[in-house]
Design a binder for this molecule. Structure first.
Ligand SMILES: Cc1cc2nc3c(=O)[nH]c(=O)nc-3n(C[C@H](O)[C@H](O)[C@H](O)COP(=O)(O)OP(=O)(O)OC[C@H]3O[C@@H](n4cnc5c(N)ncnc54)[C@H](O)[C@@H]3O)c2cc1C
Length: 461
């Protein structure tokens, strides 16, 4: 599709739809909306608009659709795969001012939110009610961006991902129509599940203008442990054993020796430089959690762990997980002259060790510095590879390795992305992963967005 270039008439017409302080073509504003947190090449939009009401979004979409102007939604821009980069320029809709928590119905475990609500702000507001919204991608992400990417995080193994928390959606379609999907009931088997179609669609089928999300009770007690293993195989099998034993970990994270080296340096952990598991448990009493930790220790010892450091209580959990949560920032800080490619793939947990072994084999002898960090309970691996900013050859090598590893993931029955979405970086794997069903996805896209104005250049190869 050939899109129109935004001209002065378009700008004048768009300005008539929103207050003057909520539309900008300023250079620095365009720059701020040209890149997310990924390594992908920036691309500036032609105009940024901050809507505050669903009807404004609908009006802008209708206009853009008529005039063939691309429209890309923007939450916090924290994506890691180029998902909100406006590669075809056009209009960016920034939802940071459409950020009201409209209603909290504690006894129904539900909240109605606008798309620009940041999930940490929702949880802060919920703190005194003993409830929370569990998906936790870590960055200051918005509900709209999390819904669009089906974000998850360290606690997905226990609580699930964003798709498990969306009960209702208001979606503005490309033609300017607003549709309401879902129900306030906690279960339904009524009709096609259109909510699941929009969750994870990266703003390519419609723009989320409101959502009802499910909440759960805050855990009362916490415990955690950090455990080192002599081999990735022993660590991987332990992940399976802990889950099979029904211990229901709230987080089961596995990181490689290079990560431990950084953590030791920055947090004085003094851990063995080995594959290491961080486990977290949620429960109702410290006695219960002490027992669970003892059982976890037995399993880890039986698998030959080198060290098992447990802690019971919120403060102990925070202490043990502090370094794990800071790991992403540590990697960036320790490679200030580099860009970091963050690969996100997921495999069945039985294939986990084989994937890590392949990663190590691919990287051996390359002199590239890399770190694997994984939500191992979900078989979700992030490989962070540092590459010197302007070294084209090095980046070619990194991309080549990442490509081979995604292919290996697919061969192992996995997926090209566990949580970051397709965005720009994973488009080339869509045919290999989805085969003929990719054609059905294209037909769904054509049905909702026949002119292709919504977040063009994403998801499809
Ligand atoms: C340090 C760090 C750690 C991270 N850790 C994780 C992690 O553990 N797990 C994880 O899943 N992700 C993680 N992420 C990635 C990122 O935080 C998530 O993908 C998040 O969901 C993006 O939300 P956002 O508000 O920043 O959306 P953006 O990046 O602004 O946009 C994301 C996508 O949503 C679309 N969009 C935005 N608003 C709307 C809307 N209202 N309607 C329709 N489409 C819309 C955009 O066009 C884009 O396609 C991490 C990022 C960083 C920087």
């Amino acid at each position: 599709m050939k899109f129109s270039v935004l001209n002065e008439t378009h700008i004048r017409n768009l300005k008539s739809m929103v207050a003057p302080d909520r539309i900008s073509t300023g250079e620095s504003v365009l720059d701020l909306h040209a890149k997310d947190q990924s390594h992908h090449t920036p691309s500036r939009p032609e105009v940024v608009i901050w809507p505050v009401e669903p009807t404004e979004v609908a009006d802008i979409l209708k206009y853009a659709n008529d005039k063939l102007l691309p429209v890309t939604g923007w939450g916090s821009g924290s994506s890691l795969e180029g998902n909100p980069i406006p590669v075809q320029k056009g209009i960016v809709l920034d939802f940071s001012r459409m950020n009201r928590i409209l209603d909290i119905r504690e006894e129904d475990f539900q909240a109605d939110v606008q798309p620009g609500v940041v999930y940490q702000d929702l949880n802060e507001k919920l703190r005194h009610s003993g409830l929370f919204f569990p998906p936790d991608p870590g960055a200051r992400a918005t509900l709209g961006g999390m819904i669009a990417n089906n974000a998850s995080g360290t606690r997905t193994i226990y609580y699930g991902s964003t798709k498990d928390y969306v009960l209702r959606l208001s979606v503005a379609l490309a033609n300017g129509e607003i549709i309401e999907l879902g129900t306030r009931a906690s279960k339904t088997s009524s009709g096609y599940d259109l909510i699941r179609l929009f969750v994870g669609s990266e703003g390519t089928l419609g723009i989320v203008v409101g959502a009802t999300v499910r909440l759960v009770g805050l855990p009362v007690e916490f415990s955690a442990a950090v455990v080192t293993f002599p081999s990735i195989d022993a660590a991987g099998k332990t992940v399976f054993e802990i889950m099979r034993a029904g211990l229901n970990p709230a987080a089961l994270e596995l990181v490689g020796p290079e990560c431990i080296e950084l953590m030791n340096k920055e947090e004085n952990l003094n851990l063995n430089l080995c594959p290491t598991i961080f486990i977290e448990f949620h429960g109702t009493t410290t006695n219960q959690l002490t027992e669970v930790l003892e059982m976890a220790a037995e399993i880890c010892n039986a698998r030959g762990c080198l060290e098992f450091r447990p802690g019971v209580g919120r403060a102990e959990r925070d202490r043990i997980f502090k370094a794990r949560h800071a790991l992403g920032e540590m990697i960036v800080r320790n490679h200030s002259d580099c860009g970091i490619l963050i690969m996100d793939v997921a495999v069945p947990i039985t294939a986990y060790s084989e994937l890590i072994t392949t990663i190590n084999a691919e990287l051996e002898g390359t002199h590239l510095v890399s770190y694997y960090i994984s939500h191992a309970g979900n078989g979700n691996v992030h490989l962070n590879i540092a590459g010197k900013k302007d070294d084209r050859q090095e980046w070619d090598r990194i991309h080549h390795i990442a490509e081979r590893l995604v292919q290996k993931t697919l061969d192992l029955g996995g997926t090209a992305t566990g949580e970051h979405g397709i965005g720009l970086g994973k488009r080339k794997f869509m045919a290999a992963e989805h085969g003929k069903s990719l054609d059905w996805m294209k037909q769904i896209k054509a049905l909702f967005d026949p002119k292709g104005v919504l977040n063009p250049g994403k998801i499809f190869p």
